[in-house]
Design a protein around this ligand. Structure first.
Ligand code: HEC
Length: 455
């Protein structure tokens, strides 16, 4: 076919611009089988398939065709795939954003009749893993089932498991699997090393909650060398700790603590979740450690405040620490969070800034490990919307403080770090700056202004 210059086309085709689009489409028609399915396979089907978290499947043409217009809207507005990090800050290995080319492909498909195309262009279906995604060397289960009521709020549960590990272990990958995926909203499995006082009064296998059983649980979850080994969020998958030849350390004699967030499903049911992990075949070069990160336990959010700020800080106490992962955590009034460093030489760098969406709890793998020299101040700044403009706000008249319930708030950024093999994880951070302030009644919690005032 002869290609005409655009200027000629415009005048020769009836319908002007519309005609150009139709012509372009007929020249290289975008089809589902050739162009669209590969994009959906790579970027969408991990969630959009039966049994996963998205409301509809995008596995086949029949599945996807009715959604063509919605797909166009969702990708053009960057609502899908969900990705909350501000592109101005940081580079992430797990960046989920679509390329402009892929967005244009999906838009062109929807705009041009959403045709199926030739069956011989269709790529083979993706084989998604069923069951364990890793091949665990060790599997530990909750020793007895947790029984859920049919309805009502269930506070976070903490369950101590006597693991009786007979030797030191170095873990390369971990995977937490819910026993009953319908009721496990998210969960974590912690390593409690020997000597830790966390949950020392707990009866193994029993489920305890912070709200009413602090005397049993204690207050040293984020200390005493306790380390998060595996996590479950829908769509998260297994976690690997092998960045820079690192592995996670599980000392001989450690116990595990399952931290479970359950949601009732309308009928009584039960769950036995488990954790599997793989062991390093060779001695690791560095230790991977997971920390709760800077936490604004002293935050106070005034009633109605549409942009309340909370600032928290830790100072790096060891040489040779590197930041590899960041995962913001807030509740229903959370808006956004960033994590930044003030280096010993006074320079500041923002590593990650992200919108917050309670339903997603997204985590960010840094493309390159970020060295944090000893003395670096690691700072988390977050904002909350306690105004009537926030559709998730459970009570705009409440003065909100730190707490485990969704109607209370949190501001902390879970962080993954690598450290020297010889160092003590408990010495990695020193509490500093606004984190040390007492909660200030009524007005607001620590803000960037308090941080500047302390300089
Ligand atoms: C990490 C999981 C995940 C990925 C990846 C993902 N989705 Fe979704 N998608 C969801 C969930 C969950 C919903 C429903 C809740 C919502 O709308 O936020 C949804 C909703 C949608 C909707 C309905 C939007 C609306 O406004 O009602 C469309 C269309 C969509 N996704 C298309 C896509 C496309 C196209 C891709 C890939 C380019 C994609 N999604 C990738 C999880 C995902």
């Amino acid at each position: 076919m002869k290609v005409l210059p655009l200027s000629l086309l415009k005048t020769s085709l009836v319908g002007g611009v519309m005609g150009v689009a139709a012509f372009a489409a007929s020249k290289t028609p975008v089809t589902f089988n050739k162009d669209v399915l590969p994009v959906l396979q790579k970027n969408c089907q991990e969630c959009h398939r039966p049994g996963e978290i998205a409301p509809m499947s995008l596995l086949t043409y029949t599945d996807a065709r009715p959604w063509a217009k919605a797909i166009k809207a969702a990708v053009a507005s960057k609502k899908m795939p969900p990705w909350f990090a501000d592109p101005k800050y940081g580079h992430f290995a797990n960046d989920k954003r679509l390329s402009e080319t892929d967005i244009n492909t999906l838009v062109a498909w929807a705009d041009n009749g959403a045709v199926e195309g030739d069956a011989k262009d269709r790529p083979a279906p993706v084989k998604f893993p069923e069951g364990w995604q890793i091949k665990p060397d060790v599997i530990v289960e909750m020793p007895k089932a947790f029984d859920l009521p049919a309805k009502g709020t269930i506070n976070y549960k903490f369950i101590l498991v006597k693991a009786n590990f007979k030797e030191d272990m170095w873990v390369e990958a971990a995977e937490m699997r819910p026993g009953n995926a319908k009721v496990v909203h998210h969960g974590k499995v912690w390593v409690r090393p020997p000597g830790s006082h966390w949950m020392e009064k707990a009866v193994p296998g029993e489920a305890y909650e912070q709200e009413t059983q602090r005397d049993v649980i204690g207050r040293n979850m984020g200390a005493d060398g306790n380390d998060i080994l595996g996590k479950f969020n829908p769509g998260l998958g297994a976690q690997e700790f092998t960045v820079e030849g690192a592995a996670k350390f599980v000392p001989k004699g450690s116990d595990l603590v399952f931290e479970m967030h359950y949601t009732a499903e309308g009928k009584p049911t039960s769950d036995i979740s488990k954790l599997g992990f793989t062991l390093a075949k060779n001695p690791p070069k560095r230790r991977y450690f997971f920390a709760t990160g800077p936490s604004a336990g002293n935050l106070v959010i005034a009633p109605g405040d549409g942009n309340a700020e909370a600032v928290s800080e830790l100072t790096v106490g060891l040489d040779n620490v590197k930041l590899v992962y960041a995962q913001p955590h807030m509740h229903l009034r959370g808006k956004d969070m960033d994590i930044r460093a003030i280096y010993p030489n006074g320079e500041t760098e923002v590593f990650m800034r992200s919108k917050w969406d309670f339903n997603w709890q997204q985590g960010f793998d840094f493309e390159k490990p970020i060295p944090l020299p000893k003395g670096t101040r690691l700072i988390v700044v977050s904002h909350f919307d306690n105004s009537p403009n926030n559709p998730n706000n459970p009570d705009t008249k409440a003065e909100v403080r730190w707490g485990y319930q969704n109607w209370e708030e949190m501001s902390n950024c879970f962080i993954g770090l690598t450290m020297d093999m010889k160092d003590d994880a408990d010495k990695m951070f020193i509490r500093s700056g606004p984190s040390l302030l007492k909660p200030v009644g009524g007005v607001s919690g620590p803000t960037l202004m308090t941080l500047q005032a302390k300089k």
